[in-house]
Design a protein around this ligand. Structure first.
Ligand SMILES: [Zn+2]
Length: 260
């Protein structure tokens, strides 16, 4: 692993909410190089800075799942840095954008040991929304195997799965019933790593190195780098909100409760 890369601990243990690690760099947003600066459009506050660390438990926005928020603290001290958003740069650096609550401009030092904390309630909600997308996807695969998935969005209030082909309102109760059945069965969410993801071609998997695969009860296989709850019942009741169509693409909008 190159020294600037961050180990993505959330990929291996999505239940971790805190982790002690070391700072690699801490710099003002204005000091970032252009491709990294543009990763977060909201970084207009001149006091906003960016921390990179050897490891992180904070999930960076990606794969249709929103970023975590959280905090950083010097070991045995109160948190002094609020993480507003996390982004992964093409270089593998995971950038924690935020602000320090101490005097502006005071930065963590290289190799300083810090404790990361994830905002747990928000992470849980994002994990349930994301896993809910897998459940909707499996329901669709079982009901309409010929329809190709083209897009997934697991953001609050806009979560949906999109498919090539046409779905109509009459199919909404059918999808709802299948989703309810999969939640009620409490199927495990299985994560594995495969060296060769070539059979996943067409599902957006083709990339270098091992591919992380998520499966609901062994019934499907999806390349996925997101965070999940351990089983389908932990998603909570999923509501199929709406079926809509545009230019030959059908959208299945869904929601999960804020808390379960
Ligand atoms: Zn996933």
């Amino acid at each position: 692993m190159a020294s600037s890369e961050t180990e993505a601990v959330y990929l291996h243990d999505a239940s971790l909410r805190t982790l002690a690690t070391e700072v690699i760099s801490h710099q003002l947003v204005s000091a970032l190089e252009e491709p990294e600066k543009s990763l977060y459009k909201g970084a207009t506050d001149p006091e906003m800075s960016v921390v990179t660390m050897r490891q992180t438990v904070l999930y960076p926005q990606g794969g249709g799942q929103p970023s975590d928020t959280g905090s950083l603290a010097i070991v045995d001290e109160e948190p002094t840095f609020t993480v507003t958003t996390v982004r992964k740069a093409p270089s593998g650096r995971i950038l924690h954008f935020g602000k320090t609550s101490t005097q502006p401009g005071s930065l963590f030092q290289e190799d300083q040991r810090v404790v990361q904390r994830v905002d747990g309630a928000k992470r849980d909600y994002h994990s349930r929304l994301h896993t809910g997308g897998h459940v909707v996807g499996l329901a669709m695969q079982l009901l309409y195997p010929e329809m190709k998935k083209v897009k997934a969005n697991h953001f609050p209030a806009e979560a949906c799965m999109e498919y090539e082909g046409l779905l109509y309102n009459e199919q909404k109760p059918v999808i709802q019933a299948k989703v309810d059945e999969l939640v009620q069965q409490d199927l495990p969410v299985l994560i594995s790593w495969v060296e060769d993801g070539s059979d996943l071609e067409g599902k957006g998997a083709m990339r270098e190195g091992p591919v992380r695969v998520a499966s609901i009860g062994g019934l499907d296989r999806n390349p996925c780098g997101g965070t999940h709850v351990p089983s389908t019942q932990k998603v909570g009741p999923i509501t199929i909100r709406k079926i809509s169509r545009q230019k030959g693409i059908s959208r299945v909008s869904y929601d999960v409760p804020l808390e379960v």
